[in-house]
Design a binder for this molecule. Structure first.
Ligand SMILES: Cc1ncc(COP(=O)(O)O)c(C=O)c1O
Length: 367
């Protein structure tokens, strides 16, 4: 028997994160990815630049050119940015920096589940702030919880995953001013919103950290790049807890290439938003289907069918959506089935979603 009993109990209690990575389907709309890969010319240019570098040599300890490019784009002083191996890696880093056994961490729910998992693995005390029936986070309740627990860390996500709901910019400002510790604003989907972003708070509030990712609107989930922004003194401390060389030369080249193509990103975001609206409207027009419209590249649906059953039937037809009933607020309640999350695909994928849904409904006679 291998000594698994020696593994820390906090880790043993976790379930490993597993998402099936089937991509050979008609519509892969279960991970909030962009349906659009980078154009070949951009991929080639990044690969050529990578090929010219020495592969036998370590990359920079951190991707300095990409870090500078992000700082410049965001108008932030030097030292304000860490580029990580996806924002998942940066979430783990935050845990290492701020969470001891018993440290209170305020996490409104439902929210991207990784944060709670990181907190649990550090033995931290998760202070849950459940959303109301509209599935929106209540900023006053988050603030009260943070003050009440004297929490060193409060994390909010806007637009939030899995609900697609947002927090108003003024409320983010109130949270920044009112929480007793650090406020992390995860803006993984901010490109889908118009208006101010949480980076605007960085000037006035040195306790704010803003998290971003290259995995969503930029369409680079497979490359693994995430960004954390904050006051240089705080970032210098956070940097100490990170392993060197996490971002390799290829990731840096690809990241630089996409930052140069804001036009392409904007064009694709506009198309995805238009597709989202038409898909939401299509579902809302179906008998018995409830839609919770989202502000990012996904939305929620609830139908008379059991969510897990519907997910399985759609998958049999090559359409992968996400059953989100594992989040208590999205589970079956008050006699109603739970919710499914649908990311927006390219037009052909969205047509496949509609076809598959009608076929399932026709088969079960639910509409
Ligand atoms: C809110 C939120 N933050 C972070 C991530 C993870 O992003 P990354 O691919 O940069 O690790 C996701 C991915 O689904 C997300 O929804």
């Amino acid at each position: 028997m291998p000594p698994v009993h020696l593994v820390r109990p906090e880790i043993r209690a976790e379930r490993a994160y597993r998402v099936p990575t089937t991509i050979d389907v008609e519509a892969k709309v279960d991970q909030n990815e962009s349906p659009y890969d980078l154009p070949d010319a951009i991929k080639r240019a990044a690969l050529d630049a990578f090929a010219e570098t020495p592969w036998n040599r370590y990359p920079d300890d951190r991707p300095h050119r990409l870090v500078r490019a992000v700082e410049q784009r965001e108008g932030l002083p030097a030292g304000s940015v860490i580029v990580g191996r996806g924002s998942n890696e940066l979430a783990q880093t935050l845990g290492l920096c701020f969470l001891d056994a018993g440290t209170p961490v305020v996490l409104p729910s439902p929210m991207f589940a990784l944060y709670a998992s990181v907190a649990r693995m550090h033995g931290a005390r998760v202070v849950d702030v459940p959303a109301g029936p509209d599935l929106r986070h209540d900023p006053d309740a988050v603030l009260d919880a943070a003050v009440g627990a004297d929490a060193p860390l409060t994390i909010v996500t806007t637009p939030n995953n899995p609900t697609g709901q947002t927090l108003a910019h003024a409320d983010l400002g109130r949270l920044a001013a009112g929480v007793p510790g650090v406020l992390v604003v995860d803006e993984a989907y901010h490109e889908f919103l118009d208006g101010p972003t949480a980076t605007d708070l960085l000037k006035a509030h040195d306790n704010v950290l803003v998290m971003r990712t290259f995995s969503k609107a930029f369409g680079l989930a497979g490359v693994r790049l995430g960004v954390l922004m904050g006051h240089p003194d705080l970032m210098a401390e956070i940097e100490k807890s990170r392993l060197p060389f996490l971002v390799g030369r290829l990731g840096e080249e690809v990241g630089l290439a996409i930052l140069d193509r804001r036009d392409l990103v904007a064009e694709r975001v506009a198309e995805l938003k238009a597709e989202r609206e038409s898909l939401e409207a299509w579902f809302a027009a179906r008998d018995g289907v409830e839609v919770l419209p989202g502000a990012a590249n996904f939305f929620l649906i609830r139908t008379p069918m059991d969510a897990h059953d519907l997910q399985r039937r759609l998958a049999e037809r090559g359409v992968l959506v996400r059953d989100v009933t594992g989040y208590p607020a999205l589970a079956p309640r008050d006699g109603k089935p739970g919710w499914l999350r649908v990311s927006v695909g390219a037009p052909a994928e969205n047509a496949a979603i509609r076809r598959a849904f009608l076929a399932v409904v026709g088969e079960t006679g639910d509409e």
